[in-house]
Design a protein around this ligand. Structure first.
Ligand code: SAH
Length: 417
């Protein structure tokens, strides 16, 4: 296994980077550790299965971000920010990133010198190149390079891109993103496609997905496939159900589930991801799915107020978990299955606790190792209604909003597809 190198001779950036906190453990020990974390939080709720691990847990990250800047001596560097600091750790190869990204970044570093392009200096606000984002399709081999610059003016841009493509014919699209902000967000609002389509595609669970620069797409597609298969399996679809895919991103879970459901409603707040989701449904010939650009909690509340029937509810919120508004509306809709995909077991436990007070049982949880060597753990949890509906949500759950507020006109999310 390629990675054994790293265990016998550790990653040179291990301490400064702080990303791979389990690099000192064997992969098996690490999976046990992650199961223990989920067990400690979830075993009082339901059965915790062993972690679904990776066969080859190296070079799995298909989204790589490299920060460009100056070191203490004013020498240009690129790599990752040191944990809890603004210092950039010079990184030339990484054990978990896709190897094609390391090679492209090396070329970019060389081209900066030949084209005399200044890297951005956080202190003075001078210089051009801030970040390079590389996304690659694990199953299609397509590669997107996003050059994040402080200003739209990029001297010799055309020649720079030409030289980059010459060195890496595997690159299928190059995008410039302009980010003049002073906070820590990586992407600004302005994009210009310099080469190719401006997005890449990947394939998962027999479907094809379009990925734009800012859309969420799982960074580990090999494990994402296992995660989505587990989520759809736990949903127990028979072909007749109405399913909601909440926090749907580019529509991945909903599109994979649509073939086994009556119809699917996807909801997502990021407009770019919704556009990708609509294109993905078309590309895959999926006709029984509709996407809404809305806050997931607001959308679900409107569905509850309108008395919509929802049989299966998938939710895949960000690390912060779901909102009380969403969970309250979920319990009012009373789907026969809730499949909660979580990237933070702490917020999963919190939200499962709230759903249990609102009349659901957690049945089982499957941890999936999406981020080998790091401390992150993903998990998918199945919940089902307790036998009798709970009458008073507020008394049981202590939510901010009462059931009465869910009444009224259905403020419909914007139908996109
Ligand atoms: N299910 C998708 C995306 C999961 S990531 C996948 O597996 O690829 C979580 C998504 O939730 C992101 O796309 C983010 O833009 C979206 N999101 C965050 N807060 C939201 C909210 N309040 N309402 C709707 N979507 C939200």
């Amino acid at each position: 296994m390629a990675g054994e190198r790293f265990q016998t001779g550790p990653c040179p950036y291990y301490k400064q980077c702080g990303g791979c906190k389990y690099l000192h453990l064997s992969y098996e020990k690490q999976l046990e550790e992650k199961r223990r974390t989920v067990r400690e939080l979830m075993q009082s709720h339901c059965k915790v299965h062993p972690v679904i691990g990776m066969e080859e847990p190296w070079h799995y990250r298909h989204k790589v971000i490299s920060a460009f800047g100056l070191d203490e001596r004013g020498v240009p560097v690129s790599g990752i920010y040191e944990e809890r600091s603004h210092r950039i750790v010079r990184v030339e190869r990484c054990a978990i990133e896709a190897p094609e990204a390391d090679a492209i970044l090396q070329t970019v570093r060389g081209l900066l010198r030949s084209f005399k392009i200044q890297v951005y200096d956080e202190d003075s606000g001078r210089g051009l190149l801030r970040y390079v984002l590389i996304r690659s399709g694990r199953f299609t081999g397509q590669v997107m390079v996003v050059l994040v610059t402080a200003s739209p003016v990029f001297p010799s841009r055309r020649n720079f891109v030409e030289a980059l493509l010459k060195a890496h014919p595997e690159i299928t699209t190059v995008v410039q993103n302009v980010n003049a902000r002073t906070d820590s967000l990586i992407l600004g609002d302005r994009y210009q496609t310099l080469y190719g389509k401006g997005y890449i595609e990947d394939a998962l669970c027999g479907c094809r997905f379009r990925i734009s620069p800012a859309s969420f797409y799982q960074v580990n597609p090999v494990q994402a496939q296992k995660l989505y298969e587990k989520a759809v399996e736990l949903a127990g679809l028979t072909g007749k159900e109405t399913a909601v895919d909440a926090y749907c991103g580019t529509g991945t879970i909903g599109i994979v589930a649509a073939g086994r459901a009556g119809k699917v409603l996807g909801v997502e707040s990021n407009p770019e991801a919704v556009r990708d989701a609509v294109a993905n449904a078309k590309e895959n010939g999926v006709k029984n799915i509709r996407f809404y650009r809305d806050d997931a909690g607001h959308f679900l509340k409107s569905c509850a107020a309108d008395g919509e029937r929802v049989d299966v509810l998938f939710l895949d919120p960000p690390r912060a978990g779901s909102s009380p508004e969403f969970l309250e509306a979920a319990s009012l809709l009373r789907p026969s299955r809730i499949v909660y995909v979580s990237c933070d077991p702490v917020t999963l436990e919190r939200d499962v606790g709230l759903l249990e007070k609102a009349g659901y049982w957690a049945r089982e949880v499957w941890p999936v190792d999406m981020f080998p060597w790091t401390g992150s753990t993903e998990a998918v949890c199945l919940l089902e209604p307790k036998a009798k509906p709970q009458k008073n949500f507020r008394r049981n759950g202590g939510y901010r909003d009462g059931r009465a507020e869910a009444k009224g006109k259905h403020a419909k999310g914007e139908g996109i597809h």
